[in-house]
Ligand binder design. Sequence first.
Ligand code: ACO
Length: 331
Amino acid sequence: MEQFLRGVSLVGSGSAYLPLTLTNHTLSQLVDTSDEWITSRTGIRQRHLVSHGDSLGTLASQAARQALAMAGVEPGAVQLILLATSTPDDLFGSACQVQADLGATQAVAFDLTAACSGFVFALVTAAQYIRTGVFQTVVVVGADVLSRWTDWSDRSTCVLFGDGAGAVVLQASDRDRLLGFELCSDGSLNDHLKLPYQAVPDPLTPELSVQKGGFTPIAMNGREIYKFAVSRVPQVIEKALFRADLTTGDIDWLLLHQANQRILDAVAERLQVAPDRVLSNMANHGNTSAASIPLALDEAVRAGQIQVGDTIAAAGFGAGVTWGSAIFQWG
Ligand code: ACO
């Protein structure tokens, strides 16, 4: 009987290149804000926006292609593509478009929605398929185009978000490098951050009506999400570390969802992780939702910061609300 390797290795990363930038200075011409306010409250200096002609799918494919190239894996060898996104091009899902773009003809592909926790949730989900021996080569993409759903007249949210895509390639291996994880949800806090569908009744006949509405832009209670993040994220990382039989002293890199530099600083302080061990690229990208963790990972790998064998504590948090942590070794 054929024996499959059941360990999980992360063997390649990639990210999409978005040439369009939106600076704090430009934003301050659109809404009543300033570079000083945005930088001091969030750490964000600019964000990238999807170009006309690009789409969520093309960004995701670009990131996946780069990750496959780094891993030295042909698209035809990919068996599963998981696309973490809350902003698909098509509500029926955009992962199959990525599959077609890549020419990954043997892969099954589907979307996974968990907002800014999406990449961590997808990484853990993908790992389960490898651990059970079902698949040996998987691409996990985190991609979002939040600019489509941002209220550009709301200064409390429009300064935060950017577009982006990042990807990793997972392969079955003899050693499991996903060392521990913990995933959480609390729907009772859903009202604090949402992008809701607003139903409008549309009569078909005098007796029958259907819903014909639309999605309304992102609405967020920033203070509540901030409190949620700084209290729950350290806990979930500690739980994931406990499952990995590690302590914060074993972490080479803390890789958090890039929402706000103050959140990163507060979480690192609670976990007693030194600032130079905390990966941060939000000054350049803002909050790119499901893309933020794989994007920061890819930049750090390509910059030579993250080395093969480094232990990374990643944590996502956001709408749902959802939050989760994955502890893994790179390479
Ligand atoms: N420019 C200038 N002033 C502003 C701006 C702005 N862009 N936005 C808000 N203000 C004002 C407010 O009106 C308020 O004024 P007031 O005191 O006169 O009422 C003042 O600044 C302070 O507002 P706060 O909301 O208390 O500002 P805070 O320091 O909390 O920062 C922020 C706001 C940046 C949104 C912060 O709360 C935050 O980062 N929250 C977490 C967001 C997050 O992590 N989201 C993650 C998930 S995203 C996802 O899942 C899609």
